[in-house]
Design a protein. Sequence first.
Length: 223
Amino acid sequence: MRGTGRYNLAQPKDEARLSQKAAVGQTQKRLDAIERMQSLPAELQEEIKRSVPHGGRSEASFRVTAKMLEQGLNDETIETIIRAHPKGIGEKYADRDDLDQEIARVREKTAAPPAPAQDDKIASLISAMNSEYAVVDDIGKTVIVYRRVDTDLNRKYVVRASYQDFRNLHLNVRHPIIGPSGRIKQTNHADIWLSHPQRKTYKGGLRFLPGFWCWIPAEARGH
């Protein structure tokens, strides 16, 4: 009986320990979420903290949640951030337990188009870039070549760019790509084209014939 009595007396302590451990875990999650929030754009952080009039809470919640999804945050982190701001964007959900369902609904509504539609857009992008650019082995150095017109001299010339310079040229033009996890990632056109198996590539180099402004593979050179 004493043994049983000791067990019964110890049980509340065990429960208290488990409760404390759970509380610490929740606190750590909240701290991690708030830290992750600091990496978000300043404008989005302000939207999260800002109080929203009653009539506009649903629209504001949808907009802010969609923006956090675009930033790559997972559902749990988004929920923790929203609940950490009960006087801001989380005011609508202060006394509700369906926030996780709302986040899932926003994710579904803002999801990227099905893969076939994405494939069609990428195919069009690759075709368009192939008409203007090509990856070339230029005497052992891999470069991107393309043509430009000097309007002052009224002549055409060839540009040879490094991979990094080519990326910089297209840094401000991005395309939504669905990653393996199903999340949308904004990727610049240069990286999409450079990594695509159907990009235009000349491993044997190129030559340009006077009077014929076109790509001529070096392999086609006559003897």
